[in-house]
Design a protein around this ligand. Structure first.
Ligand SMILES: [Zn+2]
Ligand SMILES: [Zn+2]
Length: 98
């Protein structure tokens, strides 16, 4: 048995293993960076859509997207909803100047 050759083989396989480990951790780091980028993209998208939602007005009566604005903090998706809410309570609280 040639112990010298055996040692060499061992050393080269250790080097290979190290290389392999280095390649793996590089790959992991790249994956992590890609994931973080993906996450920040998703978060950015979420932030944008959230601010768009906040800009929208929602029907006071049924919570659909509102297209009719009555007065401060009060909008409706349709004339029907406006009428319903008007008779229910809004005629007492409406701030619209007339
Ligand atoms: Zn409505
Ligand atoms: Zn009103």
């Amino acid at each position: 048995m040639n112990s010298e050759a055996e040692k060499q083989k061992c050393a080269s396989s250790e080097a290979l293993e190290k290389q392999h480990q280095a390649a793996l951790s590089l790959l992991e780091a790249q994956l992590k960076a890609a994931k973080e980028e993906e996450m920040s993209k998703i978060l950015e998208q979420h932030r944008i859509s959230l601010s768009e939602v906040k800009k929208k007005q929602w029907c006071y009566n049924c919570e659909s997207e509102a297209i009719y604005h009555c007065c401060w903090n009060t909008s409706y998706c349709s004339v029907d909803c406006q009428q319903v809410h008007w008779h229910k309570e809004h005629k007492r609280t409406c701030r619209r100047k007339r």
